[in-house]
Design a protein around this ligand. Structure first.
Ligand code: FAD
Length: 389
């Protein structure tokens, strides 16, 4: 395993840093703190930042050039994610990270031509319609039906926890085309949200935002030409969708936590508790664990670059960074006291890091993209080979 970046990769990073210096006018935390930015405005900032990145060739970095990518590797993608932690998150994160690679691998030429360019530019924002009220960890229990109607289908049912649904233009939906066949009866549709028969109800989170929502289908049109793969082939495609994302965040999480840890150290210096041995020990542990995470991230990248398919080891990474996020935020609340609890727009909030928001938001990270319990099941069965009962 080589832990060094190649000369070209270092050059890529240097160019990106220069580009960010010239183009990133305000850090994301400053946008969040600006009281004139409501949720709609914040989303527009994300969309316009995405447009800038796309014009400069910084989206789809490891996608083929033919499809608007840069034709580089997952290492450059990981460098990009680590260098841009202070920038606004892109608007079509779900589309570009999850659906884009699925379209490139499983879509038809016509589907790629129709959807990929507008996904990259941010003109069309996507959300993911997989989970339902009774189908989360057990996704194959989904009940949304796609009922044949002439050449096409009509959707009936409900999705939930759909990130960005209130702001999206399109949704990729898993729907049941055969109620008798648990896995073979699922089809993968691309569906416009701007039509009759669809209602999106935002869900208010405990952070105060409405980043996700419920999506209700009542006879919405799902066109046959917009099925990815064939009717009944949705399950294996859905399973690969999540695998595409692996590796790209391997360096970004430790980079983000470096920044958080610096803020925490600054805070305990200011309040004087750094003098206490137990406080220093807590922080030292967090620093060491972050280095372990970084080393593991390099390992993931090295194996992806050497051509190995992402395996169950990705579950180790997911459990580690998500549980770490919660541990770090809880420690900050404990050590920084009142100031850490103030939310971003409060006048007494910390200037750099919004621990109040982070502590509330990170309750979600051990749930989405496969909960910690599900990841531990994968680790115990597929890595440790423990019996299932
Ligand atoms: C912030 C956020 C954003 C999300 N965005 C999207 C999105 O854009 N699109 C989308 O489709 N979904 C999205 N989700 C949904 C997410 O995928 C589900 O919440 C997740 O799969 C868990 O499903 P569930 O909520 O139904 O919980 P359940 O599956 O009902 O699980 C409840 C609890 O039981 C545990 N559990 C379940 N099964 C087992 C088992 N076999 N062994 C041990 N423990 C088990 C779980 O770990 C959990 O603690 C999002 C969720 C969150 C929190």
């Amino acid at each position: 395993m080589d832990l060094h970046f190649s000369e070209e990769q270092q050059q890529f990073r240097a160019q990106l840093r220069d580009w960010l210096k010239d183009n990133l006018e305000r850090r994301w935390i400053e946008e969040l703190r600006d009281p004139s930015n409501d949720q709609k405005k914040l989303f527009d900032i994300r969309r316009s930042w995405q447009g800038k990145l796309n014009a400069a060739g910084y989206l789809g970095i490891h996608w083929p050039k033919k499809w608007g990518g840069r034709g580089l590797t997952v290492v450059e993608q990981a460098i990009f994610a680590a260098e841009t932690i202070h920038a606004p998150p892109i608007a079509s994160r779900v589309g570009i990270n999850l659906l884009g690679p699925a379209l490139i691998h499983h879509g038809t030429e016509e589907q790629r031509r129709r959807f990929v360019p507008k996904m990259l530019s941010g003109e069309e924002v996507w959300c993911q319609g997989f989970s339902e009220p009774e189908a989360g960890s057990d996704l194959a229990a989904l009940r949304t039906r796609a009922i044949p109607d002439g050449d096409d289908f009509r959707l009936e049912g409900q999705k939930v926890w759909t990130t960005f649904a209130p702001w999206s233009d399109w949704i990729f939906v898993l729907a049941r085309t055969d109620p008798e066949d648990r896995y073979g009866g699922i089809t993968f549709f691309l569906v416009s949200l701007h039509q009759e028969g669809i209602e999106v109800r935002p869900i208010r989170q405990m952070t105060g935002e409405s980043e996700f929502g419920e999506v209700f289908f009542d006879g919405a049109l799902a066109k046959r030409e917009h099925i990815i793969g064939a009717v009944g082939e949705g399950w294996p495609i859905a399973m690969t969708v999540l695998a595409y994302e692996r590796g790209s965040m391997s360096l970004a999480h430790p980079a983000r936590f470096d920044h958080y840890l610096q803020d925490l150290v600054k805070g305990v210096r200011q309040n004087g508790t750094i003098q206490r041995a137990d406080v220093r020990e807590k922080i030292a542990r967090l620093l060491v664990e972050n280095e372990v995470m970084r080393a593991n991230g390099f390992r993931t990248l090295a194996s992806l670059v050497s051509g190995q398919a992402p395996g169950p080891e990705a579950s180790l990474e997911k459990v580690f960074w998500s549980e770490y996020s919660r541990h770090l935020a809880d420690t900050a609340l404990e050590l920084l006291g009142f100031q850490a609890h103030s939310l971003v727009r409060s006048p007494s909030a910390r200037a750099e890091m919004d621990w109040g928001h982070e502590a509330l938001y990170c309750r979600a990270v051990t749930i989405y993209a496969g909960s910690s319990e599900i990841q531990r099941n994968i680790i115990s069965k597929r890595i440790l080979k423990l019996p299932s009962s």
